[in-house]
Write a protein that binds this ligand. Structure first.
Ligand code: UDP
Length: 255
């Protein structure tokens, strides 16, 4: 069994390798425990919630692969990742969706008095997401909010604002291509113990978009729901069949 380098009292994390990406085999509960240790350590940790699109992006872009290699924890977000681990004969405990993990961390933060910072999405979306999260988790102080539409020139100011706010949790909601490399590049400077890319989660929390119904999530059809409600996602989603073909090929060669 292989392990990642995530440090902390909870010990090392068992991982399964999917096309060279080391994905955690912990269930949701174990993941939250490990991240509690991460907060206690005070050292920066990047949590990547991996789906097939992100794994394909890593295979195709050196910057994305580097973020994967240097991430302290990669959780199996997509149903496709859970499927791939099964196919390759080293399954994960369960799907750990980024959206659910965000909520579990806020719940734990309620008990431990953590603070959180929201970075990403459109201005009105992130403001509304902050308002709703603050209402749902009143004991987690939201110490900063910033939209995700900024470029290189604003980086320094964005980072400085986060450093000053000193949150325990930093949720970053930007598009999959830039989100992980940005966190990887600046995590040491940011100095936040738990930094997690959450993609479209603020859009869902704010009520702007909806998550797939539970039965579809259970049937591993969340991707289909997203595609049906936002057909412009089709080109991005073509990564999914490519991912499945690649997994089948690896299985055939090694199985
Ligand atoms: N987003 C952002 N800055 C950007 C691009 C996207 O903050 O430069 C936000 C966008 O508003 C949305 C989230 O990132 O809330 C995820 O975007 P999208 O669904 O397009 O990305 P994907 O996860 O599909 O790559």
């Amino acid at each position: 069994m292989s392990h990642t380098h995530l440090e902390g009292g909870a010990g090392q994390v068992p991982v399964t390798s999917i096309l060279g990406v080391q994905v955690s085999k912990l269930d949701m509960r174990g993941t939250v425990e490990v991240l509690e240790q991460a907060v206690a350590s005070g050292r920066p940790h990047q949590i990547i919630t991996a789906n097939p699109i992100m794994i394909m992006a890593a295979l195709e872009s050196e910057e994305n692969m580097r973020a994967m290699r240097e991430a302290e924890l990669i959780v199996p977000d997509g149903a496709g990742v859970v499927w791939a681990a099964e196919q390759l004969g080293d399954p994960v405990a369960e799907r750990v969706a980024g959206f659910d993990l965000l909520h579990e961390l806020m719940k734990r933060g309620e008990q431990l008095g953590w603070t959180a910072y929201l970075l990403g999405a459109a201005e009105e979306v992130v403001q509304e997401a902050a308002r709703r999260l603050q209402k749902q988790y009143p004991k987690v102080r939201i110490v900063g909010v910033r939209n995700g539409y900024f470029g290189e020139p604003e980086n320094a100011a964005v980072i400085e604002a986060i450093r000053q706010a000193k949150p325990d949790l930093l949720f970053v909601a930007r598009d999959a291509k830039t989100q992980e490399p940005w966190i990887a590049r600046y995590k040491q400077e940011l100095g936040v113990p738990v930094i997690m890319g959450v993609g479209g989660s603020f859009d869902v929390i704010s009520g702007k978009t909806k998550r797939a119904p539970v039965f579809m999530q259970k049937m591993r059809l969340e991707w289909f729901y997203r595609l049906a409600s936002e057909p412009s996602r089709l080109p991005r989603m073509m990564a999914l069949p490519r991912f499945m073909r690649t997994i089948k090929k690896v299985k055939k060669n090694h199985g």
